[in-house]
Write a protein that binds this ligand. Sequence first.
Ligand SMILES: CC[C@@H](C(=O)O)C(=O)SCCNC(=O)CCNC(=O)[C@H](O)C(C)(C)COP(=O)(O)OP(=O)(O)OC[C@H]1O[C@@H](n2cnc3c(N)ncnc32)[C@H](O)[C@@H]1OP(=O)(O)O
Ligand SMILES: [Co+2]
Length: 134
Amino acid sequence: MDKIEHIGIAVANLAESNALFEKLLGSPAYKEETVESEGVRTSFFKTGPNKIELLEGTRPDSPISKFIAKKGPGIHHIAFAVTDIEAHIARLQKEGFRVLNETPKKGADGKKVAFLHPKDSNGVLVELCEDIAP
Ligand SMILES: CC[C@@H](C(=O)O)C(=O)SCCNC(=O)CCNC(=O)[C@H](O)C(C)(C)COP(=O)(O)OP(=O)(O)OC[C@H]1O[C@@H](n2cnc3c(N)ncnc32)[C@H](O)[C@@H]1OP(=O)(O)O
Ligand SMILES: [Co+2]
C-alpha cells in the first residue's frame, strides 16, 4: 500500500458537517460528489497532503445510513492508495481477508475502489483506491 489516501467520516447532515469541518480545518471542501451506487453524498477536504472524506447516506439502506443508525457519526473507514488494485485484492484474499467487492467499483474523486470486511481488520473498514486512468 502506498499511503493513506483518505479518512472517511460518516455524518448525518453533509451541509452542517461541511460548515463544521471548514471551521475546524480553516478551508472549505474542494469538491462534493454523489456516488449513487454506494448511496452516498461526499465532500472532500485537504489538510496538507492528506484528505478527509465526509459521507452522508442518500438512502436508508446505504452503508453510511446503517452505520449512523447503529453507531452515530464518526470515523467510518481508512482508505489506502494502491497501484494495481487487482493485485492487492488477490494478495489480500490469499492472506485471508474478505474482500467485499472482488471487482473494483467506481468511487469518488476519480478512483476505483474495493473494501475489506471490518471484522477481518480489528474492526476497521479498509478501502483500497486506485486512480482511474484519464
Ligand atoms: C464514495 C465512494 C467511496 C470512496 O470513493 O471513498 C466510499 O468511501 S463509499 C463508503 C460507503 N461504502 C461502504 O462502506 C462499502 C463497504 N461496506 C459494506 O459493504 C458494508 O457496510 C459492511 C461493512 C459489509 C457492513 O454491512 P452489513 O453487514 O449489511 O451491515 P451491518 O450494519 O449489519 O454491519 C455488520 C457488522 O459490521 C460492523 N460495521 C459495519 N460498518 C462498519 C464500519 N464502517 N467500521 C467498523 N465496523 C463496521 C457493524 O457494526 C456490524 O458489527 P456487529 O454490530 O458487531 O454485528
Ligand atoms: Co472512501
